[in-house]
Design a protein around this ligand. Structure first.
Ligand SMILES: Nc1ncnc2c1ncn2[C@@H]1O[C@H](COP(=O)(O)OP(=O)(O)O)[C@@H](O)[C@H]1O
Ligand SMILES: [Mg+2]
Length: 458
């Protein structure tokens, strides 16, 4: 288990989605009411307050295995609200974001991709008591022996090590495996280390504040830690965070053959985990939960543009959220009444009725001019650019009449245009220029229609 000390996946993944960097949360007060403008969010109060309730329930663990649908026209902040939910949930709740289009791969099955995504959303906090040796190294004597294949070279083969805590000092004889780790990790006098009594795994905690080395340099890259309390050998509780997907991988690796096996067969990257491995992981996790050794943190799987999923995916999701270890699933769609992919059936939102039955739906509405204007102002601050009154008026008009998303994008390009002309302020000429250079969707449609006839003839 010690190989899996890692952070839960966090909302940081969203940093790559440049268009939503201004969103810091849902912008609600203690009573769950939305302020008109707060945390980078503007308007859309009903959806934000609904999302606030969802966040509260997720945090209280009351919403696992539930389905939430974000429904609304393009550019009305569905993705923005999902990002805000992730921010509100904080770092301890896994939040995975994908697009409906991502399930289509030639390499892997759709359900496999969904399954993995779901398992990445279930955080497991594992508590383990372990016997360890811990202390500041006060003496380290490495012993070497000739290299087995090269007698001219000497390699570490054992060590004598003295560890000091606030209470005592103890000298240990350690074998090759531990001695090699000590060398590799750069352990020396003054380093505070832990050695797992059972596995022999060494971890370096940092440089002891009390050591002479720590006093020698004022600036050092090594973390300074206090000399450990208590005895050198002791029982200590360790807490690891992993997701079910991490545990699956770990279990799979342990079963597979070693390095030689993979070299011989050319080791294809394992594309699919067998259902048995997952069942085994689930069984072990449930057992640990029953024994009070593990705690589950069901997180959120957000699937944007979920109308791109097909019937097979929907059935899978319906089934999966029924299981004991299920995350909260949020689907976003901009379809009103549409054909369910993979069928000839038309249905509300393009989702199968049985899925809709299980869902709670949050709607987003189109923005008035004032909200568009405020959102653009916030984006300008985020892009670190000033915007003139005329330019803001023009962009607001574009945002309200055509699409908010297009206006947000234009703002970003106009900022670039202004900067490359040596200005820090966007003028209305910048907006005109980039609006002329680029097309919104309806312009692009018109544009292609013009040529369609021409192309048909070829
Ligand atoms: N209520 C809002 N407050 C602040 N920014 C918003 C809001 N709604 C949308 N945005 C921003 O407007 C742009 C378009 O919204 P987006 O969330 O992509 O819409 P959708 O996902 O519904 O198509 C994004 O840059 C988004 O961050
Ligand atoms: Mg979106």
């Amino acid at each position: 288990m010690s190989g899996i000390i890692r952070e839960l996946p966090t909302a940081a993944r969203f940093e790559r989605v440049g268009a939503h960097t201004h969103i810091r949360g849902l912008g609600l007060d203690e009573k769950g009411r939305a302020a008109k403008i707060k945390d980078g969010m503007v308007g859309q109060e009903r959806a934000r307050e609904a999302a606030g309730l969802v966040v509260k329930m997720i945090k209280e663990g009351k919403l696992a295995g539930r389905l939430i649908i974000l429904a609304g026209p393009p550019g009305t902040g569905k993705t923005a609200i999902a990002v805000a939910i992730a921010r509100e949930l904080g770092l301890n709740v896994p939040f995975i974001e994908m697009s409906g289009a991502e399930v289509y791969s030639t390499e892997r099955k759709k359900t496999e991709i969904l399954m993995e995504a779901m398992r990445k959303c279930i955080g497991v906090e594992i508590h383990e008591m372990r016997e360890i040796y811990e202390g500041e190294i006060t003496k380290l004597e490495l012993r070497t022996a000739p290299h087995p294949y090269n007698p001219y070279q000497r390699v570490v083969d054992s060590a004598k090590i003295t560890l000091k805590t606030a209470e005592e000092e103890r000298t240990l004889e350690v074998g090759e495996e531990i001695a090699v780790q000590l060398v590799q990790m750069g352990a020396r006098e003054g380093t505070v280390i832990q050695i797992d009594a059972e596995t022999g795994r060494v971890s370096v905690l940092g440089l002891s504040q009390e050591s002479s080395l720590a006093r020698q340099y004022e600036v050092d890259t090594k973390a300074k830690v206090p000399r450990p309390q208590g005895k050198v050998r002791k029982e200590k509780e360790f807490v690891y965070y992993a997701t079910l997907a991490d545990l699956d991988k770990l279990a799979a690796r342990r079963r597979g053959g070693g390095l030689l096996f993979s070299l011989l067969l050319g080791a294809p990257e394992e594309k699919e985990l067998s259902p048995e491995i997952r069942m085994e992981v689930d069984r072990q996790v449930k057992e640990m939960v029953d024994q009070g050794k593990a705690f589950l943190h069901p997180g959120v799987l957000f699937i944007d543009d979920a109308h791109l999923l097909d019937l097979e995916c929907f059935s899978f999701i319906s089934r999966a959220i029924e299981s004991e270890l299920a995350p909260i699933v949020i689907l976003a769609t901009n379809r009103g009444f549409a054909r369910i992919r993979g069928t000839d059936v038309e249905a509300p939102l393009g989702f199968p009725p049985d899925l809709l039955d299980r869902a709670i739906i949050i709607g987003t509405e189109t923005y008035d001019e004032e909200s568009v204007r405020e959102i653009l102002k916030i984006r300008a601050v985020e892009e670190d650019v000033e915007i003139g009154e005329e330019a803001l008026k023009k962009l607001t008009k574009i945002g309200a009449e055509r699409s908010l998303r297009y206006a947000v994008q234009l703002l970003s390009i106009a900022a670039e245009h202004a900067k490359s002309s040596g200005r820090s302020k966007i003028t209305s000429e910048d907006v005109d220029r980039v609006d002329y250079l680029f097309m919104d969707v309806s312009e692009a449609v018109q544009h292609l229609k013009k040529y369609e006839e021409l192309m048909m003839k070829h």
